[in-house]
Ligand binder design. Structure first.
Ligand code: MEV
Length: 371
């Protein structure tokens, strides 16, 4: 049995615009999903046969990492509501990819090169052993075999295929590494650079540079209050809707540019630990998201209610339902305001822990060339 948990995430700035190469800032939240996996006689998830439509991310990871592997019993637990904009699918994908890697292990050949797993020389690639001969003796297994960068890469790949080919790596990287993550098409010298991610879709290659933003201690007392509308929002549909709108009305690209400018101001406010400018920038970001038509009356009502007791508030994630967030030093009052406006509120700190091993019992369970 192996068990891995991953946090959910909130996008503070730049959702939707990040798909088009503008910057975005996301933080991991305290709410988490835990995935456990063990060998079994048939594939099932939470006691039901694996259904590719219900669990496209697990199905995609299975075909990438476990095509010839024996059946697994998988269970998923946690407190990140699905379709809420809080990264439940990225969290599930990152934790599931890590479980499969723990069970499968990683290999190094006689020359010290990875034949299975991930190498920092090729950060957009995951190697799978090509032949029995290429497998060396040197094998890592269990939690030692897990590499956060690889889990983020695999989670991004399966998110992109579930979203019709278009997904930025902001969710998958935040849910894998935790803390605060910034994605942008260029390297930002004021931040700690992590890696480059590329994605090809309809003959167009997009590129993102991923960075870590270390949250200043002065912001430790500031909390996020998350308000859930209770409405299920589909990221794939929202991303597709925005794409269609831009095709119809190319001037909407200017709204994306404006979101990009606000996000850059938000990054500066973060670095200078200035919650007032952070909050104002969030309010402005929400107005622009309304202009893209990705908000809805229920989200607007919760944002408006929260703005009175917080530095600022906005929808988070793809919109069309799901959640909003408020940055506040008075989380109890802000939660009350959100609940009075009809939302379900919960509180999180800024920048929770990334992937975490919860259990690792007998993970050396499968050698692809021994069955
Ligand atoms: C979803 O959490 C964020 C979006 O920007 C989509 C993406 O980045 O892939 C709406």
């Amino acid at each position: 049995m192996v068990r891995v948990s991953a946090p959910g995430k909130c996008i503070l700035f730049g959702e939707h615009a990040v798909v088009y190469g503008h910057p975005a800032v996301a933080v991991a939240i305290d709410q988490r999903l835990t995935v456990s996996a063990e060998l079994s006689s048939q594939w099932d998830i939470d006691g039901k046969p694996l259904n590719a439509q219900k669990h496209p991310h697990v199905e995609a990871l299975k075909s990438r990492m476990w095509a010839h592997g024996p059946p697994l019993r998988v269970s998923i637990q946690g407190d990140i509501p699905a379709g809420s904009g809080l990264g439940s699918s990225a969290s599930l994908s990152a934790a599931s990819a890590s479980c499969l890697r723990m069970l499968r292990g990683r290999y190094v050949d006689a020359n010290g090169n990875w034949t299975e797993g991930w190498s920092s020389d090729e950060p957009n690639n995951v190697y799978f052993g090509h032949s029995k001969e290429s497998f060396g003796e040197n094998r890592l297994h269990g939690w030692d075999a897990v590499n956060e960068d690889e889990s983020a890469l695999l989670a991004h790949a399966v998110e992109a295929s579930a979203q019709g080919g278009m997904a930025s790596p902001i969710d998958s990287s935040t849910c894998s590494h935790g803390g605060c993550i910034v994605a942008f098409k260029e390297k930002l010298p004021e931040l700690d650079w992590l890696y480059t991610r590329k994605l090809k879709h309809e003959e167009m290659e997009r590129k993102w540079e991923l960075h870590r933003l270390v949250i200043p201690e002065k912001l430790n007392s500031i909390k996020l209050v998350i308000g859930h509308t209770g409405i299920h929002g589909s990221t794939a549909k929202q991303v597709e809707m925005v794409r269609g709108k831009i095709q119809q009305n190319p001037s909407l690209i200017q709204v994306m540019d404006a979101i990009g400018q606000i996000t850059k101001r938000g990054i500066e406010a973060f670095l200078s630990a200035d919650p007032v400018t952070l909050g104002q920038s969030m309010n402005e970001n929400h107005l622009l998201l309304q202009g893209l038509n990705v908000s809805c009356p229920e989200l607007d009502a919760l944002v408006e209610a929260a703005q009175l007791t917080s530095f600022g508030a906005k929808l988070t994630g793809a919109g069309g339902g799901g959640c909003m967030i408020a940055l506040t030093s008075d989380p109890v009052e802000t939660s009350r305001a959100i609940e009075l406006a009809g939302g379900r509120a919960f509180i999180s700190s800024l920048g929770g822990q990334g992937l975490r091993c919860e259990d690792d019992v007998g993970s050396l369970s499968w050698n692809p060339y021994e069955i």
